[in-house]
Design a protein around this ligand. Structure first.
Ligand code: GLC
Length: 499
């Protein structure tokens, strides 16, 4: 058999661990490229260089031929550079380029929102037009023509449009295929119509309406319509998107147009980073064989959140963007009933400002049972995964979700709603057979959520042996990126070989 073809992949993203992160996209943008590189493919990543990225720490340096490049945003001539470094993993080193422009990225620490108002930056349209156009300059300057441009979420939605229109006749570009991965359909990058002029695309596309939805330029819609292939981050979510209008976040009709080109590939987890046996950010490392050491993490977690440690009282952890898609309106409704149980509840995350204040107030008024940290803290996230007994994720919509997988391998039993990636990774525990690794409820209703938590708490409190069985069932699973990466390679192959 001839050796499998190796691909050149240009991976465009707005966040990458360890450089910068607001959500799961950053984890995926780090782990998948590394795994692909490890498998022998040639991957290069492009990400904006926000002010918060530490240049010295990550040895980000200038590349002479990628310095002082120019492009247009509307009539405005914009100068930018691409600086270079490596994403260094355990087994692979991936070339990464940082898009450097002081005005749009370097001068701001925050990625998408103004930290003072909490609102999206007004010029996010211009910022991500720049990201999208910069990659074509990069390809030309390097003379490195990728087989695949793999782009992610609304921030990269214009990439496929530029590729298929304005830049399609550049030498060598005709064979480049574009994969568009949807991690989060709730954010679409919607801007006033004047943005159309800024993109400069009007003279190249047949219908302006391709880029417009509800009277606004919509980057996500553009990506969906122009990419060769689209995928999302679990099989169930891919099906839900095409089946139920309410999952489409207003783009259901657009998605239906591309139905046959939409695939689902579940994310993996980076098992070098999320592994209780190797985790340097937790109180005490542990494994299936030293399960009792998990307790040390529970003690540390209780202390961190200001609770007395009690081995008999389960701690339920939550790490999430705090918004209604992640189930926080449901938690709010069920809050008093949940706190009637003999549990402790901890929350780490940011999101909807109104919900923040609800939880912040509750952590004062109900401080003996509930505590929260509004913000983002990677180390604390590791401790919550290691120290909690259960992990709650009652999402209304969940493209994939990573924390339920982290929880499973940390022996922290997930309680989830049956949707998207949660449905694909958490298996309902069956008391008769002893199979399964978590607690799963179906209807997005307060009663169902409360009932499921009660079920978990009851087994935890009355049947330690059974509880350990559930923990162990989860810990034995392998969510490494290998199998998902192979699915991506298959998808690339399909794209490259189709005409
Ligand atoms: C988004 C989704 C989440 C997914 C992550 C990585 O944050 O909401 O479900 O796991 O992207 O793909």
């Amino acid at each position: 058999m001839p050796p499998a073809k190796k691909y050149k992949i240009l991976y465009i993203t707005s966040e990458v661990v360890p450089f910068i992160k607001t959500g799961g996209l950053a984890d995926v943008s780090s782990a998948l490229p590394q795994k692909l590189q490890e498998m022998g493919h040639q991957v290069r990543i492009v990400v904006p260089k926000y002010g918060a990225i530490d240049e010295r720490k990550y040895k980000i340096h200038e590349v002479v031929r990628l310095k002082d490049l120019t492009t247009f945003i509307g009539e405005k001539e914009v100068t930018f550079s691409l600086r270079s470094s490596f994403l260094v993993g355990q087994k692979a080193r991936v070339q990464i380029y940082f898009l450097d422009n002081q005005e749009y990225f370097g001068s701001r620490h925050s990625l998408y929102t103004d930290p003072i108002t909490g609102e999206m930056f007004k010029d996010n349209n211009e910022r991500f037009i720049l990201l999208s156009k910069s990659i074509f300059e990069l390809i030309n300057r390097l003379g490195w023509i990728p087989d695949i441009i793999h782009c992610n979420d609304w921030q990269c939605g214009l990439v496929p449009v530029y590729l298929k229109t304005q830049f399609k006749d550049e030498p060598g570009f005709e064979n480049i295929k574009c994969l568009y991965t949807i991690h989060n359909l709730a954010y679409q990058g919607e801007y006033p119509k004047s943005t159309l002029h800024k993109t400069g695309l009007s003279e190249f596309i047949k219908n302006d309406s391709d880029l417009i939805e509800n009277g606004k330029v919509n980057f996500m819609k553009a990506g969906i319509l122009y990419a060769d292939t689209i995928n999302t981050v679990s099989e169930t979510y891919a099906k839900e998107l095409c089946k139920y209008p309410e999952y489409g976040e207003g783009l259901h009709e657009v998605l239906l147009k591309r139905k046959k080109d939409i695939f689902g590939i579940v994310n993996g987890i980076d098992d070098a980073v999320w592994n209780p046996l190797k985790d340097k950010q937790i109180e005490k490392k542990y494994s299936l064989k030293t399960l009792e050491d998990k307790e040390e993490n529970k003690k540390a977690l209780a202390e961190k959140f200001g609770f007395d440690y009690d081995p008999e009282v389960p701690i339920i952890g939550m790490i999430s963007r705090i918004d209604s898609n992640k189930g926080f309106d449901l938690i709010k409704k069920a809050f008093n009933e949940i706190l009637k149980m003999n549990i402790r509840l901890v929350l780490l995350g940011t999101g909807d400002k109104k919900l923040h204040s609800f939880f912040q107030e509750a952590s004062v008024s109900k401080s003996s049972k509930f505590s929260c940290y509004i913000g983002f803290d990677e180390e604390l996230a590791h401790l919550i995964e290691a120290g909690s007994d259960m992990f709650l994720m009652p999402s209304k919509i969940e493209p994939c979700g990573l924390n339920q997988m982290y929880s499973l391998v940390y022996g922290t039993v997930p309680i989830v709603r049956e949707t998207g990636g949660l449905a694909d990774t958490v298996v309902r525990f069956d008391e008769k057979t002893g199979n399964g690794n978590g607690f799963v409820f179906k209807k997005y209703e307060k009663e169902d959520l409360v009932k499921e938590i009660k079920k978990a708490v009851k087994i935890y409190s009355t049947d330690k042996k059974k509880w350990q069985k559930i923990m162990k069932n989860g810990m034995k699973l392998d969510f490494g990126w290998l199998s998902s990466s192979k699915n991506y390679v298959e998808l690339y192959k399909k794209m490259v070989t189709s005409k």
